[in-house]
Write a protein that binds this ligand. Structure first.
Ligand SMILES: CC(C)(COP(=O)(O)OP(=O)(O)OC[C@H]1O[C@@H](n2cnc3c(N)ncnc32)[C@H](O)[C@@H]1OP(=O)(O)O)[C@@H](O)C(=O)NCCC(=O)NCCS
Length: 203
C-alpha cells in the first residue's frame, strides 16, 4: 500500500521521489516504534509503551515507512468483535502536517471495516485531528465498559484528561455520527468496571 504525497510535499530531508509505504508492522519495527511513541510519552501526550508490550501487540500496528525510516505509526486494538480503538497514533515531528497522520488513521479505519467492526474510538488530546476524519466527541459512558479494564493499569487512571472520540462505521447513523442509545451492538457490557475519573480542570 503506497501513501500518496500531499500537495505540500514531504520534508524531513528525504528526497521527494522517496515513496512512502504503509504496511503492517514487523517485530523488527519494535525498537523504532518505542522511540517514536516514548518520545511523545516523555512530553506527556501519549502513553508510554515498553518494547515488551509493543512486541506483544505488534500485529495491531500499521507503519508508514520512507527511506527505510518509520515516519509514523498507529494501531487498531479490538474490544470484542464490534468495537476497535485507534491507539498509539504518532507521526515523527518533522513529518507532521503533511497528511501522514490522516493516511495512517484511514488505513486503520479500512482495516476495521474489513473486520466488520461497528465503530472505532480513541482517547486523545487532539480531538480536532480526529474530527477532521469524521470522529465525534462522546461521553465516556458511550463506550463499552470493557475499555476501562485496560485503563486500570494506566498511570492516569484517576486523573484522565483525554477526550473520547468515536466514529460509527456501520448502521443508520454511521455517516452523521449520531450516537445510538445503549452499548454497541453485540457487545457484552455486563462486566462492571470502574470508569476513570476526569480531572475537573479538563472542562
Ligand atoms: C496527531 C498527529 C498524529 C497528526 O498527524 P499529522 O500527520 O500531523 O496530521 P495530518 O497532516 O494528516 O492532518 C490531517 C488534518 O488534521 C489536522 N490536524 C493535524 N493535527 C491537528 C491537531 N493537533 N489538532 C487539530 N487538527 C489537526 C490537519 O490540519 C489536517 O487538516 P486538513 O485536512 O484540513 O488540512 C501528529 O500531530 C502526532 O503524532 N502528534 C503527537 C502524538 C499524538 O498526539 N497522537 C495522537 C494520539 S491519540
Amino acid at each position: 500500500m503506497s501513501a500518496t504525497r500531499d500537495k505540500k510535499g514531504w520534508s524531513a530531508g528525504l528526497e521527494q521521489s522517496d515513496p512512502v509505504l504503509l504496511r503492517k508492522a514487523l517485530v523488527s519495527d519494535v525498537g523504532p516504534l518505542a522511540r517514536l511513541i516514548n518520545g511523545y510519552a516523555r512530553q506527556g501526550i501519549m502513553l508510554p509503551r515498553s518494547e515488551f508490550e509493543l512486541a506483544e501487540g505488534v500485529r495491531d500496528f500499521t507503519v508508514a515507512v520512507c527511506g527505510g525510516q518509520i515516519a509514523g505509526c498507529g494501531a487498531l486494538h479490538f474490544y470484542g468483535t464490534t468495537v476497535g480503538e485507534v491507539r498509539s497514533l504518532a507521526v515523527q515531528p518533522s513529518w507532521k502536517q503533511q497528511g501522514l497522520g490522516r493516511q495512517i488513521a484511514q488505513a486503520i479505519e479500512t482495516e476495521a471495516r474489513q473486520h466488520g467492526l461497528c465503530s472505532l474510538f480513541a482517547f486523545t488530546y487532539v480531538p480536532g485531528f480526529f474530527q477532521k476524519l469524521g470522529f465525534h466527541e462522546v461521553g465516556r459512558d458511550a463506550l463499552p465498559s470493557k475499555v476501562w479494564k485496560d485503563c486500570m493499569g494506566c498511570p492516569k487512571f484517576q486523573c484522565c484528561d483525554e477526550i473520547a472520540v468515536r466514529k460509527l462505521l456501520i448502521g443508520p447513523h454511521s455517516r452523521d455520527g449520531i450516537t445510538p442509545m445503549g452499548g454497541e451492538p453485540g457487545t457484552d457490557d455486563s462486566v462492571v468496571v470502574p470508569v476513570p475519573m476526569v480531572r475537573k480542570e479538563a472542562f
